[in-house]
Design a protein around this ligand. Structure first.
Ligand code: ZN
Length: 148
């Protein structure tokens, strides 16, 4: 178990130090800002969506290691997915980090490394921020998302 935790830790550190898809997507109609006032994490998420498929993902912002790693892992997980699939991954991820449960047919893949945050309620808000921002893009509700 210790080894698995170490591996998870390494993946989180890697993604927080070298976030994937950390860039602005120009000419995108779909972008949203998210903010977690408890920690000070902020993110702007950009999506290229065509025919209900997320063709490209980018994000910018500044935040703690957990929010950055979560955004980076999310960007990899949702790229190439349909909006319905991305919503499914959102639901599964939210369940994972609040209850620790995964489904046998989990679509989470590498996102499982964030399971440990469920023991730290403050960190759950950091990990979920990029996802709430994603959800806002998918549902087009509000201009700025906060975890509060
Ligand atoms: Zn944070």
């Amino acid at each position: 178990m210790t080894d698995l935790r170490d591996l998870y830790q390494q993946i989180i550190i890697d993604h927080s130090k070298n976030p994937r898809n950390f860039r602005v997507l120009s000419d995108t109609a779909h972008h949203k800002e998210g903010y977690n006032p408890l920690c000070g994490d902020q993110i702007t998420l950009y999506l290229h969506i065509r025919n209900d498929v997320i063709e490209d993902v980018g994000f910018q912002g500044s935040g703690c290691a957990i929010s950055t790693a979560s955004a980076s892992l999310m960007s990899e997980a949702i790229k190439g997915k349909t909006l319905a699939e991305a919503t499914e991954i959102f639901d599964e991820f939210q369940k994972l980090i609040t209850t620790g449960d995964t489904q046998p047919s989990s679509k989470l893949g590498k996102l499982a490394v964030l399971a440990g945050v469920k023991e730290f309620p403050m960190r759950v808000k950091c990990a979920i921020l990029p996802w709430h921002t994603l959800k806002a893009v998918l549902t087009q509700d509000v201009d700025t998302v906060t975890t509060e």
